[in-house]
Design a protein around this ligand. Sequence first.
Ligand code: BGC
Length: 300
Amino acid sequence: MIWVRTASSSIKSFHKSSLVRMHIKCRGSFYPRTNEKVTRTEVPDDKVEWSASFHDYAPRQYTAPHILAGPEYADPDISCPEFKPLWNAVDGNINRCSHEESYNIVDGYPRNMHGRTGIAGRGALGRWGPNHAADPIVTRWKIYDNEVAHGETGKPILQFVCIQRRDSGEWAIPGGMVDPGERVSTTLMREFQEEALNCLEMTHEQKKQTEDKLKNFFQGGEEVYRGYVDDPRNTDNAWMETVAYNFHESSQDGILYSLQLHAGDDAQAVKWQDISSQLNLYASHRDFIQKVAEKHNAHW
Ligand code: BGC
């Protein structure tokens, strides 16, 4: 059991093995990137869990037009007769298992195990049920400023590679979706290179050099989180899950202090960000960063 602070600031116990707090970001009034045209049904804190009765609950069905257009990474509509997904299983090369527990199928639709979100359908997510991502948290100690230890806590300051997402403008870990059949370790390094180093615009030779440089470093990661994410795109039938790894370098002679950061792909900016409790990050990323700060006994 973990204790969570809910949207209304009351403390509640939450019987999920997850670090993620109760739905907060995926209960905003409007569905993201719809110019406030798509609203979520209001779900009070005490009605998030499916076991709480909510007789009038009839959320709007919404699947974004770019998903309905059928891009390669998206599932067909559930009503499509050829679509025969294997729920809670690895379905061909698509992982439809949750990292947390089995989810229920209700009236043919996978049901979000973390409760109601005020909207049904897939929203802007490609897959019904879990949509898997991976998040590389690349950290080093702050050494360049006068203030390398925090004035109040006296603890050393940790920095992580932080990107600004192109879709929402929010700052985030440079993570991304696990491609079908891809190993999470591959996603972690690929996404870091695409978003924080802009390797998509490198020559073949430059790409190879960068990869060789990073390969060893990316073998030494430690898992800090695996499970559900309170992502603003989640719906009652589709949600984000992630595996977050910390890749830390303490030596100033290692690769991180000389790494040239360049935003690319889904990122519009990138920087080394000082870690503290003042951070406001995309989805549940602040929770992951807090765990990393605690792991290194750094300032938070
Ligand atoms: C992001 C990840 C994030 C996940 C869940 C993905 O789009 O790239 O960084 O953890 O969504 O919010």
